[in-house]
Write a protein that binds this ligand. Structure first.
Ligand SMILES: Nc1ncnc2c1ncn2[C@@H]1O[C@H](COP(=O)(O)OP(=O)(O)OP(=O)(O)O)[C@@H](O)[C@H]1O
Length: 622
């Protein structure tokens, strides 16, 4: 119930729309009994009295057919009475009544549909506003979540929550409120009308309600888990799909299509199986409830007939009143069953959306101290330790970078180099020790303010699906074309951009697939150059390019590093040999530190790495 209440809280954000919608629904409901009331009146006041006349004429005929003057005289006087009643004034009065009641019924139908039209319009406006709020809230939450959270989640599952679970929640908000409100009002309005017309028959019509309520309770009790399973397996199937699409090259190169199809079908089968389970119960529940509804009609038919026979105060028109409106009592009840089904599905979806919304934000995503400007770029790690999920990864790291210095981090794979720089950007929070920038403790700083002072270039530089220009502007939102070209020049990228069909406006494709690795890298360096921040992190920035491109990128990087404090992780000697200090990491610890020359002389791990192809450069033995 808590989840449902929370879904409906979105409704409270737009009270005016909610009230307008409620008013329209009430007015629509008020119009409902008008047609049966008018039909009843025409029957009672016009048709029934006409039937009385016919009955009287029948009596006159019977009298005439009997012998005797007294019978003839009686027949004559009965005919006189009929003639009196059937005067022109009587006929025109009846015609006036028929016209009036028909017009009132027509006006009621018109009013009902007019208010319905207004209600649908208001509902749509509300729907779009609520959906917008929900999506935007979820997206903004996703941006504020710590990287650690993403490590344990699958992209496809997150996508399912945004793309499928939100619409499922919406359905309850929109159809649930719209149809549920009307259904409840209709049941109350029509029940009141029926009880007012004839209490005994009215309660007879309502007799199936307790049975329907019991049925709904039994169905609802077990349905929650069934709906949860559908959502869970749909999320898993989409997660696999998104993984496989991202890794389609690998699947093809390992000829693993058949195996992957098997894996996909296994999950798809679970989705099918759980969905069929939901449907199976629904197939039993829905017709059973419909049968209970029909019981109501049958009861009214029987009890109504009995009452007409046994109670002289009950006229035959009672059938007319009841059967012209009872649909309006049972139709919303059926609708409520459908809504029950929808509410269960929405609830399961909402739980998945709220699970994200309830996750704790990244620390200092919005608050924390602003890093005072201008930043000089003095960085100090003091006895820093860090664990991923309780697995110790960095141990007592201490190092210092003076403003403008280049610090190189080397070490075998898995030594903890990337983790170390990820602590500097606070992608992850260090467990103990201290990291400062210009003397300010990192874990007290506002994260956007910290990160806006750091430019980060990684090996798999990510370009968004947009133009070159749009990707560059991420570095500086208001950069002019002149600035963009200057940055591209410095990144040795302007030449190939000029050769692209639409230059800066060329689309780079998803993740930049339309550019080569080296080209992507240079665009991302240009982006970092535009950002022009005092601290620079280069994580394997030249690892995947040939030596000619590497030279171009290296020149670009030299331009970047000139005036900034730079942390460089590289496997190429050319990138690190000019660093002011080189730190060698091994299993999360700094084991050697010094310049290239001093470390070679030391003849330790660094010298060993240099001798292996690890620091692969022609200048290895310089
Ligand atoms: N997000 C993560 N969650 C859990 N463990 C991680 C995560 N990222 C890295 N690790 C583990 O932390 C250790 C250090 O990884 P890190 O990426 O920092 O090494 P590295 O020195 O940069 O390696 P490489 O040179 O291969 O990039 C490794 O054992 C790795 O498996």
């Amino acid at each position: 119930m808590k989840t449902i209440r929370r879904i409906f809280s979105y409704y409270g954000r737009y009270p005016k729309l909610a009230i307008a919608q409620l008013l329209c629904a009430i007015l629509m409901t008020v119009m409902l009994p008008v047609f049966p009331e008018m039909s009843g009146r025409i029957y009672e006041e016009v048709i029934a009295s006409h039937a009385e006349i016919e009955k009287t004429e029948y009596i006159a005929k019977k009298l005439e057919s009997k012998e005797g003057n007294s019978n003839l005289a009686a027949a004559e006087s009965v005919r006189g009475l009929v003639a009196d009643v059937e005067s022109d004034a009587y006929k025109s009065e009846n015609a006036r009544k028929v016209l009036l009641y028909t017009c009132i019924a027509l006006a009621a139908f018109f009013g009902r549909d007019l208010f319905n039209c207004l209600r649908i319009f208001i509902n749509n406006v509300f729907e779009q506003k609520a959906i917008f709020d929900l999506r935007s809230e979820l997206y903004s939450k996703l941006q504020r979540l710590p990287l650690k959270w993403f490590d344990s989640k699958r992209t496809g599952d997150i996508m399912t929550r945004v793309a499928e679970d939100i619409p499922a929640m919406e359905r309850l908000l929109i159809d649930g409120v719209e149809q549920g409100l009307i259904a409840v009002l209709q049941i109350i309005g029509v029940s009141a009308f029926l009880i007012w017309k004839d209490p005994v028959l009215g309660f007879t019509a309502l007799a199936p309600l307790p049975l329907l309520a019991i049925g709904a309770t039994i169905y609802t009790r077990n349905a929650r888990d069934r709906h949860r399973d559908v959502k869970k397996y749909t999320g898993e199937m989409n997660a696999l799909l998104s993984d496989n699409i991202a890794g389609v090259n690998q699947i093809k190169s390992y000829a693993a299509e058949a195996d992957e199809l098997k894996r996909f079908n296994k999950l798809s089968n679970k989705v099918q199986h759980t969905t069929l389970k939901v449907m199976k119960y629904w197939a039993l529940y829905s017709p059973s409830m419909s049968f209970v509804n029909s019981l109501g009609y049958v009861l009214v038919l029987g009890v109504g007939g009995y009452r007409i026979i046994t109670d002289p105060s009950v006229g035959t028109e009672i059938y007319l009143y009841f059967f012209t409106i009872m649909w309006a009592l049972y139709e919303p009840i059926s609708k409520l069953h459908g809504l029950n089904q929808m509410a269960l599905s929405s609830k399961a979806a909402a739980e998945r959306v709220f699970e994200i919304l309830d996750t704790d934000d990244e620390i200092h995503a919005d608050d924390g101290e602003i890093l005072p400007q201008p930043v000089r770029g003095e960085v100090c790690f003091d006895q820093v330790s860090f664990s991923y999920d309780e697995i110790p990864t960095l141990h007592n790291i201490s190092l210092k970078a003076m403003p403008g210095q280049t610090i190189a981090l080397v070490g075998s794979t898995g030594a903890g180099k990337s983790t170390l720089v990820n602590l500097l950007t606070r992608f992850y929070e260090y467990d103990s020790g201290s990291i400062t920038i210009d003397g300010y403790e990192l874990n007290t700083l506002n994260k956007p303010s910290l990160r806006s002072n750091i430019a980060y270039v990684t090996q798999d530089s990510f370009l968004f699906n947009g133009s070159v220009r749009e990707n560059l502007l991420l570095g500086k939102r208001d950069a002019t074309d002149e600035e963009l070209w200057r940055a591209l020049d410095a990144a040795n990228a302007s030449q190939f951009i000029k050769e692209l069909p639409s230059h800066l406006d060329t689309n780079v494709g998803e993740r930049g697939v339309k550019l080569s690795g080296g080209e992507k890298q240079r665009v991302s360096i240009a982006r970092a150059l535009l950002k022009n921040q005092p601290i620079l992190i280069l994580d394997e920035a030249t690892a995947s390019v040939d030596s000619k491109t590497e030279k171009l990128i290296q020149d670009a990087l030299d331009n970047l590093m000139n005036t900034r404090t730079a942390f460089v992780i590289a496997h190429r000697l050319s990138t690190i040999k000019n660093a002011d200090i080189i730190h060698v990491l091994d299993r999360g610890r700094i084991i050697e530190s010094g310049t290239h020359a001093s470390l070679i002389q030391q003849n330790g791990k660094y010298a060993e790495l240099s001798k292996q192809s690890f620091l692969n450069d022609s200048s290895l033995n310089e």
